[in-house]
Ligand binder design. Structure first.
Ligand code: FES
Length: 339
């Protein structure tokens, strides 16, 4: 038995058989739906269900029950109960097409004891374009893909920068300080992902990052420097210790270049001398706000942080349509669990 799915904004239609997910069937039919991890961990395949309903074999990690109750679903895990009409949640975003190419390692420099700055040079004749917030996939033969967010707003001279935490046993990241020498060539795909700045959304913006989840947010903020149309900006950045705050000075120096910039570093394992905020970013936001309905949110970090923060924000009156998020999925992206 199969069910008919219609994509509302393009009027494309396809059939889903009982053993398939919505995403599987769309891809089989040659219909593009945004996706990344395909196991329910990143949220990229989020759709709004306009008509019909779906169920899951196992409720996916990157969806909250509140989102499901408001009609959102994850296409890579959802199985239709009947015919459906759906809209991709990333509808309206104009994203550059990804290209496969190679990149040369230009620099690997320590930012902290376990975070490095990686600079890659893309071919000079490549017309490289990405939206700040998007990421690149590094294609590893026989292993799969590893995804890392661009930390810079633009590919300056086709050079792109990344912040990468070394993950013990991580196939790619454990080599960063060792064998990944300057001049090495990597196969890459760029750009990927739907996490990016939404210029048509004029609400005050609250950015929430943990760990190297700062990277795509740094790229977005850099793109907004000295922008007269920039809405007010808050940034909550969760790390473990003072030594982890590798971008603190730079972010503080942007105070006069971002509109009403409120930068709040939050440390979960601060030393006794730390005078700033302690705990987790979610706790800091809960302490600072009774309600947040006027804001847009950009969240990047572990699935746990993203899910917890979404729940908190929804409880404080946030609207789901204005929560943009990018979850790390560990075996895919080799990122840390929590700050
Ligand atoms: Fe569906 Fe990642 S592609 S959650």
């Amino acid at each position: 038995m199969s069910h008919r799915i219609v994509v509302s904004d393009t009027n494309e239609a396809f059939d889903v058989s009982s053993h398939e997910t919505i995403l599987d069937a769309a891809l089989r039919a040659g219909i593009k739906l945004p996706h990344e991890c395909t196991f329910g961990g990143c949220g990229t395949c989020r759709i709004k269900v306009q008509e019909g309903s779906a169920h899951y074999d196992e409720f996916p990690m990157a969806l909250t029950e509140e989102e499901a109750a408001q009609g959102y679903a994850l296409a890579c895990q959802a199985r239709p109960d009947g015919d459906m009409v759906i809209t991709p949640a990333s509808k309206g975003l104009e994203l550059p097409d990804p290209v496969r190419t190679h990149a040369e390692v230009r620099a690997v420099e320590p930012l902290t004891a376990d975070i490095s700055r990686l600079v890659l040079q893309l071919p000079e004749d490549l017309d490289c374009e990405y939206r700040p917030g998007q990421h690149m996939n590094i294609l590893l033969k026989g292993v799969g893909e590893r995804s890392f967010s661009m930390a810079s707003a633009y590919p300056f001279g086709n050079e792109v920068e990344f912040h990468i935490r070394r993950v013990p046993g991580g196939y790619f990241t454990q080599d960063l300080s060792g064998s990944l020498a300057t001049g090495s060539l990597l196969d890459v795909e760029i750009p990927r992902g739907t996490f990016c700045y939404h210029p048509d959304d004029y609400r005050p913006m609250m950015f929430v990052a943990t760990g190297t989840g700062l990277a795509p947010i740094r790229a977005i903020l850099e793109s907004l420097l000295d922008d007269e149309d920039c809405p007010p900006v808050s940034l909550y950045w969760g790390m473990r210790t003072e030594a982890d705050l590798y971008a603190r000075e730079e972010l503080e120096s942007w105070a006069d270049r971002l509109y009403e910039f409120n930068f709040v570093p939050v440390l979960s394992q601060a030393s006794d001398v730390w005078r700033g905020r302690r705990g987790h970013v979610q706790q800091a936001i809960a302490q600072d706000f009774d309600e947040v309905s006027e804001f847009s949110f950009y969240l990047c970090g572990s699935p746990g942080m993203v899910t917890d923060t979404k729940r908190l924000l929804l409880g404080l009156g946030a609207e789901l349509d204005y929560i943009y998020s990018d979850s790390f999925t560990f075996h895919h992206r080799e990122h840390p669990v929590e700050a």
